[in-house]
Ligand binder design. Sequence first.
Ligand SMILES: [Zn+2]
Length: 425
Amino acid sequence: MSFATLWESLLPIGRDGLSGGYRRFSWTPEDAACRAWFTQAAAERDLRVLTDRNGNLWAWWDPPGGPDARPPAGAAGDSGAPSPRAGAGAVVTGSHLDSVPDGGAFDGPLGVVSAFAAVDMLRERGCLPARPLAIAAFSEEEGARFGVACLGSRLLAGAIDPGAARALADAAGVTLAEAMAAAGHDPDGIGPDDGLLAAVGAYVELHIEQGRALADLDAAIAVGEQIWPHGRWRLDFTGRPDHAGTAILADRRDPMLPFAGAVLAARQAAASHGARATVGKVTAEPGAVNAVSARVSAWLDARAPDEPTLQAVVGEVLAAAQEAAAGHGVELAAEPESVTPAVMFDQGLRDGLASSLAGRGIQAPVLPTGAGHDAGVLAARVPTAMLFVRNPTGVSHSPAEHAEPADCAAGVRALAAVLEDLVGR
Ligand SMILES: [Zn+2]
């Protein structure tokens, strides 16, 4: 089967030799290698590859007769999408190829590799799509370089201002516009692409399970129900730099102390509300072992089953951080970097997935997720659904992230079943 060959050809790209984790950040050489891998996988299958104006990759399997009256090649925003027409639009599947720092191999790539393998499976069965079918790989899904998750799909869907996106900067101060231009992609063209979205009739994203539920349910596959509301908040604690050996404790304005209080408050608030709150990124300036910091910047990631609960969790963390900052003579500035409301996946499409799987004897419970996905962004514009593949430990965003080969194969079979029913014939 093609899954293992494809999977192994992608594995070496962007893998850190020390941690074993992945560092595939958008518009870097590793990203370019992932794009080349995608393009080759598509070329091997005679799929038309196009990069949309926002840098997302699309590999199109046209129905017999070719793409329907698509715009002239090279036209602005030409993504190779067939023009919209009455009835069912294109069926799109896929995910993303970028990673968090030292991320696992499966988050994102499993959906893209499974999509190619599912196309192979459909062709082996002699399936000819009555609707166009595309495999998509969305850019900067993790937000690991420029700080905004699902950046490629947000731009596509008009969920972020293109000018604000161009000005986003990475840790080295390189803007998205500069990074895109350096990688050969025109940053002036980014922004909403309503023509492309209008051609999409359904988006189905297969993804590794994040968190552990399927192991206890003894099932390899789940159908996604909703994505919890979630967001990122930046907290800047500004104190006064001083000498670690000589500054007496009573005189210090040490921003590290209220920062520590905020981290503990996040855990407590999450536990008391049945939610998640994490501080996974922090920087200290000047960052010297023998100095009281001038400033500590931290990022809070919070997620909850519903929006009032999310607001309650974040409110408690920020209140505790403010109180701790005041107690240490430290200034606190806190602001949201991105907040995403709850997303319910399309009921009709979910029911379709469930019946496609049930019809083939595939058991698939319905599960919510606390993780954001391009599917969550696109759900505002097109009918969207997700399939999850069992992760036996639940660990994700880590080199320990894993899915058994048998479960990956089950994922391909499930995706192929769903796509076969959606594209018809
Ligand atoms: Zn992902």
